[in-house]
Design a protein around this ligand. Structure first.
Ligand code: NAP
Length: 530
């Protein structure tokens, strides 16, 4: 039982703050293991929460134009930006984030809100979408059809992973609210504090119609049982949980729309042309080290598989290992620390088990053992060493194509020719992102065509964009986020494209006069320019 002095996180449902009863879950500081908050959803009336959102907030949001909803998003971004220091503090205490880690989550979330505020303002006074002008159906030019998108008349249930409590909340909520669909968000319990306090900040500012943004801190209880047509679930987390949600009888039988963002074995490829000393080579090494260590490797987009020409593999391995050696691991309260802990001790155990499985197949190219930790106790903090593994050629088990170790861990895989590199990279079962570092446009083109079918995003980093590209792991609101296969098969963001998930597409058939009247409140979003 956690001491009663540890603050309790309440949930915001049906426009009120409520506390669950019964058994509580504890949130900890992963650097020290100390309890920092507790929460429970036991006994909350989640059916009432959904009804309130559907019946009170839904109509109010749908009555607003895109521009009016966008204006609210802009105000939310402004309110959050004013309390940035507080969010950084919570991210350090509850997620073990360094300042750089917290920036990806917190500034990323504010940036995403601002992006959709601007995009929505451009949609003006429209309230519905249209995907093409009306077209004639028969010989009578007056009989026409138009495909429209109307906001769903339900609630968007957003279930997030522990690694991005702020960005996960706002990257989903900004698109849903702009579409006119109220949100019930469920952060992962381990790091729910940041999301809960952000929602509290916005609730107090009274920017949204009541019921537009609810939050539950703790488990989902019987939430799915109350879902129905018009509701959606947007899930981010492990493939196993995603599969469980897809198979939930209530979700399946009531046709609840679902988007899943799950595991991913993201790949990076060094081109055959990129020799030691070349720009592509140094960018590649820098990117790998950054991806392995930002947020202690707990990024869905982090590089897990590193493909390198066999002739360069030892040089690359040694260059990455030399940079990893410089990474100070410890409590991010110390400004010298470049990598904090994992989210908690159970996750440390899972990562240690994953490393042990990979080690049985690969050599260890870098790992600090014993690990030196700054300002923390190795027995109480969830720290692990950055770990680079090296797969020998001829290793046919390819566990690194199957096992996602969600920590500062990646495997270097030497390849012979480009066909081999592209075909092994495509065997990760479906991933969120692949990146390619080369100065050879032919290699880049062939890589793009080979990898796009198995990776939702492909970054083609040639030297001309060396200082302008945003990096392998950064998800931009204007670009699609999602991937096929084990990555969940989902699609989020992508500018205007993201709005369609929260709209029902329907075709209206009628006279041109009636259709023209209806489409006066419709907008055809310029997807191609988003
Ligand atoms: P997780 O254990 O699957 O949990 C994800 C979310 O699902 C949490 O909010 C969790 O709540 C909730 N959940 C757990 N069991 C549930 C159930 N039976 N019904 C409904 N919700 C349930 O994943 P995680 O450990 O937080 O995150 C790490 C994983 O997420 C990694 O595998 C990573 O690859 C993946 N990830 C993917 C992306 C992406 O965009 N593709 C982004 C980030 C992370 P509780 O916390 O209360 O259990």
């Amino acid at each position: 039982m956690v001491e009663s002095s540890v603050p309790r996180l309440s949930s915001y449902v049906a426009g009120e703050w409520r506390e669950g009863k019964g058994e509580e879950q504890t949130l900890v500081n992963p650097s020290s293991g100390e309890a920092v908050a507790r929460c429970s959803t036991d006994g909350l009336d989640l059916g009432l929460a959904l009804d309130f959102a559907r019946n009170q907030a839904g109509p109010a949001l749908r009555a607003m134009t895109f521009a009016a909803r966008a204006n609210v998003l802009a105000q939310i971004a402004e309110a959050l930006a004013k309390r940035r220091e507080r969010w950084y503090e919570i991210a350090r205490i509850n997620s073990g984030n360094t300042k750089a880690d917290a920036a990806v989550d917190i500034d990323g979330s504010i940036g995403t809100l601002k992006y959709f505020a601007k995009l929505g303002a451009g949609l003006g006074n429209a309230k519905i979408l249209v995907d093409a002008p009306a077209s004639r159906l028969t010989r009578d030019p007056n009989f026409q059809a138009v495909h429209v998108g109307v906001p769903l008349r339900g609630v968007a249930v957003h279930i997030n992973a522990y690694n991005f409590p702020a960005w996960g909340l706002w990257e989903k909520a900004s698109v849903s609210l702009l579409s006119g669909v109220p949100v019930l968000t469920k952060p992962a319990t381990a790091t729910a504090w940041l999301a809960q306090e952000m929602v509290q900040c916005i609730a107090e500012a009274e920017l949204l119609p009541k019921g537009s943004l609810s939050i539950i801190c703790g488990s989902v209880q019987d939430l799915f049982h109350h879902l129905r047509m018009g509701d959606v679930i947007c899930f981010t987390g492990s493939a196993a949980t995603g599969q469980m949600i897809r198979n939930d009888p209530a979700v399946r039988s009531r046709g609840v729309r679902i988007n899943v963002e799950a595991d991913s074995l993201n790949a990076t490829i060094l081109g055959l042309d990129a020799e030691a000393g070349s720009q592509a080579f140094s960018s590649f090494v820098r990117e790998v080290v950054q991806e392995m260590t930002v947020k202690a490797g707990q990024k869905c987009t982090a590089i897990r598989r590193i493909f390198v020409p066999v002739s360069q593999s030892h040089v690359v391995r040694d260059a990455i290992a030399a940079e990893l050696q410089e990474i100070k691991v410890g409590d991010p309260a110390n400004a010298e620390v470049r990598m904090g802990p994992l989210v908690n001790m159970p996750q440390r155990l899972t990562v240690a088990e994953g490393i042990a499985r990979l080690r049985a197949e690969c050599e260890v190219a870098y790992r600090e053992d014993p690990l030196k930790i700054v300002d923390a106790d190795v027995n109480r903090g969830a720290f692990v060493s950055p770990t680079l593994l090296y797969a020998n050629r001829g290793n046919h088990s390819q566990l690194w194509n199957e096992l996602e170790v969600f920590g500062p861990v990646a495997t270097l895989i030497p390849y012979g020719d480009q066909g081999e590199a592209f075909s092994i990279a495509a065997q990760g079962g479906g991933s969120l992102v692949a990146s390619v570092f080369s100065a050879d446009p032919t290699f880049m083109t062939e890589a793009a065509l080979a990898l796009a079918a198995s990776h939702g995003r492909v970054l083609l980093a040639d030297p001309s964009i060396e200082s302008s590209h945003t990096g392998h792991g950064i998800v931009l609101p204007s670009c699609l986020h999602g991937g096929p296969g084990r990555a969940g098969g989902g699609e989020e963001l992508g500018g205007f494209r993201g709005l369609w998930f929260y709209h029902q597409r329907a075709v209206l058939q009628g006279s041109s006069a009636v259709l023209n009247k209806i489409t006066e409140i419709a907008v055809n979003p310029p997807s191609a320019q988003s």
